[in-house]
Each structure stands twice: as C-alpha cells, then as structure tokens.
Design a protein around this ligand. Sequence first.
Ligand SMILES: [Zn+2]
Length: 177
Amino acid sequence: MVYYALEFTAELDGLTNLQPRGGCDDPNFTYYFKLKCENCGEISQKPTWLSLSEEVPLPNGRGTANLVQKCKLCKRDGTIQMIPGQGKPLTDIQGQSDLYTRLMIFDCRGFEPVEFSFTDGWMAESKNGETTFEMDLSEGEFCDYDEKSECPVGVSNLKSVFKVVKKSGDGARAVYR
Ligand SMILES: [Zn+2]
C-alpha cells in the first residue's frame, strides 16, 4: 500500500477557507481523478470518482473500500481507501504564498491517483466571515460579488498535487507526512 496526500492551492480574492461544502470530511463530496495502474502503467481514460459515503466490498470479501476497480489493460484489481481527519481549508494567506493545504489521504493498492479534477461542491467565506459562497470549480475559476463587503470575490489559478506520504503512529493519532 502507498499513502497519497491530495493537496491543493488557489488564488483567493476577498475570500478565505476554501473547502468542500460540508468541510474537508464532507461525506458526499466527490473526488474525481484518473488512476495509473502500478502493474502495467496504463492510465484510465476517464476520471473515476469516489466519496467517503460510498463503500464497496473488497474482492476478497474482507471488508470494504471506497473504490474497487480493475485495470482495463492487465485486469488487475486495485483498491482505494480514503482516510479522513487530515484536511484543512485553504486560507487566503496560504494561497498568496502558493502554499498547499491538504484535503484528503488515499490509501492506494494497485493504483496511483493522478490528475485530480476540481468540480462542484466547494465553498469559501468572505474574509470577514459574514458571507458564504458556494461554488462549482469545474471551469477552473469562480467570480462573484460580495454585497456586504462591496467588493468582487473570486477563486483562480487552482493547482493540485498527489504526494506520497508515510504514516507514523496509529489510530486517531496517526500522522501522514
Ligand atoms: Zn494494468
């Protein structure tokens, strides 16, 4: 197994705390990305999707995972288990400095996650915390107007990366870095 941390950053204008609508562990937030087979190197043509609320039985019948998929080319099974509790919203200060925040950890067997797609289901707050904006980031950006602060707000320059991390500790005290 390999642990991959999904991390992201963006430029936030007049906004802060960019995150999934129900928080970083939103059970219904859907992650879209492609899978690279560790056995033959094939990259899936279409993005696959998974969420914390979706669990499927493992091929060996022992437990469940958030994704079980077969490589189209070599037919090997791969599984992905999501590990919540590790994400933090992106602040405007991080975004300004091009610093990434962590969204989710994926425990991957047989596949490497690649090419995360930003889609619907995001939100951010105005800097004074008075207004919440729900947004779809499929187009790679978001623009609106904050009536209370009387200023335009926006999200742009979205970037994401999957980073291999190591686990230390166990249970609720596990750390991934
Ligand atoms: Zn394969």
